[in-house]
Design a protein around this ligand. Structure first.
Ligand code: 3PG
Length: 212
Protein backbone atom coordinates (compact mmCIF):
# COMPACT_ATOMS: atom_id res chain seq x y z
CA UNK A 1 0.00 0.00 0.00
CA UNK A 2 1.36 3.41 -0.94
CA UNK A 3 1.77 6.31 1.46
CA UNK A 4 -0.99 8.19 -0.35
CA UNK A 5 -3.41 5.25 0.03
CA UNK A 6 -2.58 5.05 3.73
CA UNK A 7 -3.23 8.77 4.07
CA UNK A 8 -6.58 8.40 2.28
CA UNK A 9 -7.62 5.43 4.41
CA UNK A 10 -6.70 7.23 7.60
CA UNK A 11 -9.08 10.03 6.58
CA UNK A 12 -11.90 7.71 5.43
CA UNK A 13 -11.63 5.65 8.61
CA UNK A 14 -12.27 8.67 10.82
CA UNK A 15 -16.01 7.98 10.59
CA UNK A 16 -18.59 5.73 8.93
CA UNK A 17 -20.10 8.56 6.87
CA UNK A 18 -18.38 11.28 4.82
CA UNK A 19 -20.73 14.24 4.35
CA UNK A 20 -20.98 15.31 0.69
CA UNK A 21 -21.73 19.02 0.56
CA UNK A 22 -23.00 21.33 -2.15
CA UNK A 23 -22.23 24.75 -0.73
CA UNK A 24 -23.89 27.96 -1.93
CA UNK A 25 -22.23 30.30 0.53
CA UNK A 26 -18.63 30.02 1.74
CA UNK A 27 -19.43 31.75 5.05
CA UNK A 28 -22.12 29.30 6.03
CA UNK A 29 -19.76 26.45 5.12
CA UNK A 30 -17.77 27.23 8.27
CA UNK A 31 -20.83 26.95 10.53
CA UNK A 32 -21.91 23.82 8.69
CA UNK A 33 -18.50 22.17 8.98
CA UNK A 34 -18.27 23.05 12.69
CA UNK A 35 -21.68 21.47 13.22
CA UNK A 36 -20.60 18.30 11.40
CA UNK A 37 -17.33 18.09 13.35
CA UNK A 38 -19.27 18.58 16.61
CA UNK A 39 -21.31 15.50 15.65
CA UNK A 40 -18.12 13.50 15.02
CA UNK A 41 -17.88 13.82 11.23
CA UNK A 42 -14.41 15.27 10.69
CA UNK A 43 -13.74 14.27 7.09
CA UNK A 44 -15.91 16.48 4.90
CA UNK A 45 -16.22 16.56 1.13
CA UNK A 46 -17.12 19.87 -0.49
CA UNK A 47 -18.15 19.35 -4.11
CA UNK A 48 -16.81 21.75 -6.74
CA UNK A 49 -20.28 22.33 -8.15
CA UNK A 50 -20.92 25.91 -7.07
CA UNK A 51 -19.07 29.23 -7.44
CA UNK A 52 -18.64 29.29 -3.63
CA UNK A 53 -17.02 25.84 -3.41
CA UNK A 54 -13.33 26.80 -3.55
CA UNK A 55 -13.73 29.58 -1.03
CA UNK A 56 -15.67 27.20 1.16
CA UNK A 57 -12.77 24.73 1.13
CA UNK A 58 -10.36 27.57 1.98
CA UNK A 59 -12.53 28.83 4.83
CA UNK A 60 -13.14 25.39 6.34
CA UNK A 61 -9.45 24.45 6.05
CA UNK A 62 -8.44 27.69 7.79
CA UNK A 63 -11.16 28.06 10.37
CA UNK A 64 -12.57 24.69 11.42
CA UNK A 65 -10.43 22.92 13.96
CA UNK A 66 -10.46 19.17 13.61
CA UNK A 67 -11.92 19.19 10.09
CA UNK A 68 -10.31 17.30 7.24
CA UNK A 69 -11.70 18.99 4.18
CA UNK A 70 -11.60 17.35 0.76
CA UNK A 71 -12.79 18.50 -2.64
CA UNK A 72 -15.29 16.46 -4.61
CA UNK A 73 -16.51 16.49 -8.23
CA UNK A 74 -12.97 17.02 -9.52
CA UNK A 75 -13.28 16.50 -13.27
CA UNK A 76 -9.90 17.58 -14.68
CA UNK A 77 -6.36 18.71 -13.85
CA UNK A 78 -7.34 22.37 -13.59
CA UNK A 79 -9.94 21.60 -10.92
CA UNK A 80 -7.34 19.48 -9.13
CA UNK A 81 -4.80 22.26 -8.87
CA UNK A 82 -7.32 24.81 -7.61
CA UNK A 83 -8.72 22.39 -5.02
CA UNK A 84 -5.29 21.51 -3.65
CA UNK A 85 -4.25 25.17 -3.53
CA UNK A 86 -7.39 25.90 -1.51
CA UNK A 87 -6.29 23.39 1.15
CA UNK A 88 -8.02 20.11 0.26
CA UNK A 89 -6.52 17.16 2.10
CA UNK A 90 -8.14 14.63 -0.25
CA UNK A 91 -9.72 14.70 -3.68
CA UNK A 92 -12.81 12.83 -4.89
CA UNK A 93 -13.86 12.30 -8.51
CA UNK A 94 -17.05 10.68 -9.83
CA UNK A 95 -15.04 8.75 -12.42
CA UNK A 96 -11.57 9.15 -13.90
CA UNK A 97 -9.91 10.51 -17.01
CA UNK A 98 -6.25 10.30 -18.06
CA UNK A 99 -5.97 13.98 -17.07
CA UNK A 100 -7.24 13.40 -13.54
CA UNK A 101 -4.98 10.36 -13.09
CA UNK A 102 -1.96 12.37 -14.30
CA UNK A 103 -2.76 15.21 -11.87
CA UNK A 104 -3.11 12.67 -9.06
CA UNK A 105 0.23 11.08 -9.89
CA UNK A 106 2.01 14.44 -9.68
CA UNK A 107 0.38 15.38 -6.37
CA UNK A 108 0.97 14.45 -2.76
CA UNK A 109 -2.76 14.72 -2.06
CA UNK A 110 -4.60 11.37 -2.29
CA UNK A 111 -7.40 10.69 -4.77
CA UNK A 112 -10.58 8.72 -4.10
CA UNK A 113 -11.50 7.90 -7.71
CA UNK A 114 -15.00 6.89 -8.78
CA UNK A 115 -15.86 3.53 -10.37
CA UNK A 116 -19.16 1.79 -11.08
CA UNK A 117 -18.30 -1.34 -13.10
CA UNK A 118 -15.90 -4.29 -12.83
CA UNK A 119 -13.91 -2.93 -15.79
CA UNK A 120 -13.57 0.51 -14.20
CA UNK A 121 -12.41 -1.07 -10.95
CA UNK A 122 -9.88 -3.22 -12.86
CA UNK A 123 -8.60 -0.20 -14.78
CA UNK A 124 -8.10 1.71 -11.53
CA UNK A 125 -6.39 -1.31 -9.97
CA UNK A 126 -3.94 -1.31 -12.87
CA UNK A 127 -3.31 2.39 -12.23
CA UNK A 128 -2.39 1.55 -8.62
CA UNK A 129 -5.65 2.30 -6.80
CA UNK A 130 -7.26 -0.11 -4.37
CA UNK A 131 -9.55 2.32 -2.57
CA UNK A 132 -12.37 3.81 -4.65
CA UNK A 133 -15.69 5.59 -4.54
CA UNK A 134 -18.56 3.38 -5.79
CA UNK A 135 -20.74 5.89 -7.61
CA UNK A 136 -23.66 6.28 -8.08
CA UNK A 137 -24.18 3.54 -5.53
CA UNK A 138 -27.94 3.03 -5.33
CA UNK A 139 -28.57 3.78 -8.98
CA UNK A 140 -25.77 1.46 -10.17
CA UNK A 141 -27.12 -1.58 -8.32
CA UNK A 142 -26.81 -0.84 -4.62
CA UNK A 143 -25.31 -2.96 -1.87
CA UNK A 144 -26.15 -6.27 -3.64
CA UNK A 145 -24.14 -5.16 -6.68
CA UNK A 146 -21.19 -4.08 -4.57
CA UNK A 147 -21.33 -7.37 -2.63
CA UNK A 148 -21.14 -9.24 -5.95
CA UNK A 149 -17.90 -7.40 -6.77
CA UNK A 150 -16.25 -8.34 -3.48
CA UNK A 151 -15.16 -11.86 -4.41
CA UNK A 152 -13.81 -11.38 -7.97
CA UNK A 153 -12.30 -8.00 -7.09
CA UNK A 154 -11.06 -8.94 -3.63
CA UNK A 155 -8.64 -6.47 -2.10
CA UNK A 156 -10.54 -3.41 -3.36
CA UNK A 157 -12.15 -1.14 -0.78
CA UNK A 158 -15.04 1.20 -1.55
CA UNK A 159 -16.73 4.31 -0.25
CA UNK A 160 -20.19 4.02 -1.86
CA UNK A 161 -21.94 7.33 -2.53
CA UNK A 162 -25.21 8.27 -4.20
CA UNK A 163 -28.67 7.62 -2.81
CA UNK A 164 -27.43 6.57 0.62
CA UNK A 165 -29.20 7.61 3.81
CA UNK A 166 -29.47 6.58 7.45
CA UNK A 167 -32.00 3.93 6.31
CA UNK A 168 -29.76 2.00 3.90
CA UNK A 169 -26.24 2.97 5.08
CA UNK A 170 -25.90 -0.27 7.08
CA UNK A 171 -26.56 -2.39 3.97
CA UNK A 172 -23.25 -1.03 2.68
CA UNK A 173 -21.34 -0.64 5.95
CA UNK A 174 -21.86 -4.32 6.75
CA UNK A 175 -20.04 -5.39 3.55
CA UNK A 176 -16.39 -6.47 3.91
CA UNK A 177 -15.30 -4.28 0.96
CA UNK A 178 -16.77 -1.03 2.33
CA UNK A 179 -14.63 1.35 4.38
CA UNK A 180 -17.25 4.12 4.78
CA UNK A 181 -20.16 5.62 2.86
CA UNK A 182 -20.68 9.15 1.55
CA UNK A 183 -23.89 11.13 1.52
CA UNK A 184 -25.56 14.50 1.52
CA UNK A 185 -28.33 13.51 3.92
CA UNK A 186 -26.43 14.81 6.95
CA UNK A 187 -26.63 18.37 5.59
CA UNK A 188 -30.14 18.93 4.21
CA UNK A 189 -30.61 22.19 2.27
CA UNK A 190 -33.40 23.44 4.55
CA UNK A 191 -31.34 23.07 7.73
CA UNK A 192 -28.30 24.74 6.10
CA UNK A 193 -30.42 27.63 4.79
CA UNK A 194 -31.93 28.09 8.26
CA UNK A 195 -28.51 27.92 9.93
CA UNK A 196 -29.87 25.10 12.09
CA UNK A 197 -26.44 23.88 13.20
CA UNK A 198 -27.85 21.98 16.19
CA UNK A 199 -30.07 20.04 13.79
CA UNK A 200 -27.05 19.24 11.60
CA UNK A 201 -25.01 18.12 14.62
CA UNK A 202 -27.86 15.76 15.56
CA UNK A 203 -27.88 14.22 12.06
CA UNK A 204 -24.09 13.97 12.14
CA UNK A 205 -24.15 12.24 15.54
CA UNK A 206 -26.68 9.69 14.26
CA UNK A 207 -24.45 9.03 11.24
CA UNK A 208 -21.34 8.79 13.41
CA UNK A 209 -23.05 6.14 15.54
CA UNK A 210 -23.38 3.81 12.52
CA UNK A 211 -20.85 0.99 12.50
CA UNK A 212 -18.18 1.10 9.83
C1 3PG B 1 -23.46 13.36 -5.10
O1 3PG B 1 -23.21 13.05 -6.23
O2 3PG B 1 -23.99 14.44 -4.85
C2 3PG B 1 -23.04 12.46 -4.01
O3 3PG B 1 -22.81 11.20 -4.48
C3 3PG B 1 -24.06 12.45 -2.91
O4 3PG B 1 -25.19 11.80 -3.31
P1 3PG B 1 -26.49 11.91 -2.41
O5 3PG B 1 -26.96 13.34 -2.52
O6 3PG B 1 -27.46 10.96 -3.08
O7 3PG B 1 -26.13 11.52 -1.02
Amino acid sequence: MTGKTEKLLSILKLQPVVPVLIVDDAKSAVGLAKALVAGGLRAIEITMRTPAALNAVKAVAAEVEGANVGAGTILNARDWEAAVKAGSTFIVSPGVTPGVLAAAKDSSVPLLPGAATASEVMTLREAGYDVMKFFPAEQAGGAAYLKALSSPLAGTLFCPTGGISLKNANDYLSLPNVVCVGGSWVAPKELVAAGDWAGITKLASEAFALKA
